[in-house]
Design a protein around this ligand. Structure first.
Ligand code: 4AD
Ligand code: MG
Length: 430
């Protein structure tokens, strides 16, 4: 007898098959007992009729609890009323592992209880759907870049210097020296682009974010493309194409999961090219026009981004930020020294930044000045400056935050539900 996954059930109509999974729910009305099983790929209702099944299996029903692991065998038949459209007529049941008093019940639990039980919480329908969507977002972003001819080059996690400011560095002891967990693979990506053309890295980034917000985690994943001989517009075009590709892939391959989490997808379908493109200065005008006090030159906080992200019903690029609010490596706008050729991409529905990127400063002397002005240790950047000494070129790239993107695609209140085991300011367990 073939052991199959529930997601493939429709291919086994009127066949005898085996399912290995866990009990999701059960109910009984005398001589008929119903079990709902999950196997990680879907849910299946099984039926046991007293007169059709051996008593020893029928009686095992009483020992089944939520999350008891079980193997069942039986025949599959179509039933429009059953969840998923198919049902199993069970003729064999085996308990693999008992589960007594599973802590998560169907009733409402508080967030801190659920987070402390995250290792179990991920078994629930909504959480498992989010994790499947996460897998799709990651696949789609890599697939997109691979198809475009980008080469994957892994960036290191232990690094000697900051990429995104010294205030959010995690310091570790590296055989008596200080090292820092990577905030971004970008600087190494730039070296790789000089060697290989168009490249990307995909890996974890770490930021010691001391603020407790709904969009910050201390460990997150980024996909970071970097392009040789490319300007800021080229980078925005790739970011736009990539996000469209991600959304289309999720809609196409994870429709059921979007439905499970109750995501209304019409807004996702509206996120077609071209996205909105505005400057920082135009964004400031929009914020002020809503009666919010804001001084040109300051960085946008979450509430400001929310205003912009609610103002348009599509993703919005904001470009040409003031020099002071962005990182040292950003190239200045040749038309206005106060601005940089960098951008953020904001997700609609108030979600805000999901991508950050721009054109890199390619001039050696300017970059030395910027490193010094930012009070960064020149020594640690010697290798990075070499890239401007030996055949420097215009180049650009960006980082798409996986968790931020999923948070928006799934329309989640909090970023913590976008990874299996999120790391936040107040939690490192489980
Ligand atoms: O805007 P950021 O800081 O840009 C960089 O790291 C560049 N070096 C990327 C590049 O050009 N290669 O971060 C990029 C993205 C953000 O837009 C956001 O989506 C995500 O990473 N991000 C975070 N996500 C969750 N929690 C945090 N604490 C995050 N910080 C950044
Ligand atoms: Mg940013």
């Amino acid at each position: 007898m073939e052991r199959i996954w529930i997601k493939d059930i429709s291919m086994y109509d009127r066949k005898e098959i085996e399912i290995r999974g866990w009990l999701y729910n059960k109910r009984s009305s005398g001589k008929v007992k119903f079990v709902i099983l999950r196997d990680g790929t879907g849910y299946l209702q099984g039926v046991m009729l007293k007169n059709d099944i051996n008593d020893k299996y029928f009686d095992l029903f009483d020992e089944l609890n939520i999350e008891t692991s079980v193997i069942v065998k039986g025949s599959i038949y179509e039933d429009k009323r059953a969840p998923g459209g198919y049902e199993m007529s069970i003729n064999y049941l085996e308990i693999v592992g008992k589960a007594n008093e599973y802590p998560i019940s169907k009733k409402e639990h508080g967030v801190s209880f659920l987070m402390a039980n995250r290792h179990l919480w991920i078994r629930s329908k909504k959480q498992a759907s989010i994790l499947r969507i996460r897998s799709e977002v990651i696949n789609a972003s890599r697939d997109f870049l691979n198809k475009r001819g980008f080469t994957l080059v892994d960036a290191p996690i232990f690094t000697p210097a900051a990429c995104e400011g010294t205030t959010t560095l995690f310091k570790v002891d590296y055989f008596g020296d200080d090292a820092f967990l990577s905030q971004s693979g970008q600087l190494y990506n730039e070296a790789a682009a000089m060697a290989l053309g168009n490249v990307y890295c995909f890996g974890p980034s770490f930021r010691a974010e001391k603020s407790k917000t709904r969009r910050h985690v201390t460990e997150f994943w980024q996909v970071e493309p970097e392009m040789a001989y490319a300007d800021v517009n080229d980078a925005m075009n790739v970011a736009e194409d990539m996000l469209v590709y991600i959304i289309e892939s999720v809609i196409k391959n994870r429709e059921k999961d979007l439905e499970n989490i109750g995501r209304e997808i019409s807004i996702l379908k509206k996120c077609t090219k071209p996205f909105i493109r505005i400057t920082y200065t135009e964004a400031v005008d929009i914020i002020k026009s809503k009666g919010v006090d804001f001084k040109w030159g300051e960085d946008f906080g979450a509430p400001h981004e929310e205003i912009i992200a609610l103002h348009f019903d599509k993703p919005v690029f904001i470009c040409k930020y003031p020099v002071e609010v962005k990182a040292f490596y950003m190239k200045r706008d040749p038309d206005n020294e106060k601005l940089i050729l960098g951008f953020d991409l904001l997700a609609p529905e108030g979600y805000g930044e999901i991508v950050g990127g721009g054109q890199r400063e390619e001039d050696y002397n300017t970059l030395v000045n910027r490193i010094e002005e930012s009070n960064l240790p020149l020594d640690a950047f010697k290798w990075y400056l070499d890239l401007r000494k030996y055949g420097s070129i215009p180049h650009s790239g960006f980082g798409l935050g996986i968790e931020r993107t999923i948070r928006w695609i799934c329309k989640l209140h909090h970023i913590r539900e976008t990874s299996a085991f999120p790391r936040t300011l107040e939690r490192i367990y489980p």
